[in-house]
Design a protein around this ligand. Structure first.
Ligand SMILES: NC(=O)c1ccc[n+]([C@@H]2O[C@H](COP(=O)([O-])OP(=O)(O)OC[C@H]3O[C@@H](n4cnc5c(N)ncnc54)[C@H](O)[C@@H]3O)[C@@H](O)[C@H]2O)c1
Length: 182
């Protein structure tokens, strides 16, 4: 099995890349291109494991890059973790947050539709999707009850995409709040 992880240098990417490697996956990851290389949390992985991960440098906002990496790798599973995930910054700079979190996600979804339709997509999203859930913990069957207009709007936008016949393997979930040393 082949997995592609956007935001592989993230906190969650550290755990996910270890988990998938331990299951025998061929792991590919997108890292943001900078003037200097920054491996983030990946630098904490054991050297042997780091060498096994195939890295692709680019930005999720870059449509042609995402199209290229998805069409080249054709992953069985794509884990979309790349995001501007710092809530306080999203209030300071909404346009940049929108471009990365919404534009970047649209790029990923469209690339799967156009270049690798059998890929299953996990989108990390936000716990705001569940709003005030009646059941704890939540799972794939927990109904969405967003309390924020913004989250409801985004869900409608993505809902329009899901209804397109080709894109049926999308799992919109939220990562849970992890507190740890890494
Ligand atoms: N960790 C949690 O408790 C939690 C809870 C709910 C949702 N989430 C979601 O899960 C995902 C991972 O969370 P995290 O806390 O590990 O994130 P993080 O902030 O540690 O990492 C974000 C990652 O996204 C990458 N990234 C940001 N902008 C990019 C761009 N334009 N192009 C390419 N890569 C880019 C960064 O390089 C980094 O690897 C995020 O989408 C986050 O919103 C996390």
């Amino acid at each position: 099995m082949k997995a592609l992880i956007t935001g592989i240098t993230s906190y969650d990417g550290y755990f996910l890349s270890q988990f998938l490697s331990s299951k025998g996956y061929e792991v590919h990851g997108v890292i943001r291109r900078n003037s200097f290389k920054s491996f983030g949390n990946l630098s904490l992985l054991p050297d042997g494991l780091k060498k096994q991960i195939n890295l692709h440098e680019g930005d999720v906002k870059d449509t042609s890059f995402i199209n290229r990496v998805v069409s080249e790798v054709k992953p069985d599973e794509l884990y979309h973790l790349a995001a501007q995930s710092f809530v306080a910054y999203s209030f300071e700079n909404p346009p940049s947050t929108y471009d990365i979190n919404i534009g970047g996600t649209l790029n990923v979804v469209n690339a799967i539709r156009d270049y690798s339709p059998n890929t299953r997509l996990y989108f990390a999203a936000t716990s705001e999707l569940f709003g005030k859930p009646e059941t704890v913990p939540q799972n794939e069957n927990t109904p969405f009850r967003p309390q924020s207009l913004c989250v409801a709007y985004i869900m409608i936008k993505f809902g329009n995409l899901w209804s397109k016949p080709k894109l049926t393997k999308l799992l919109l979930m939220t990562n849970f709040i992890f507190l740890g040393e890494k």
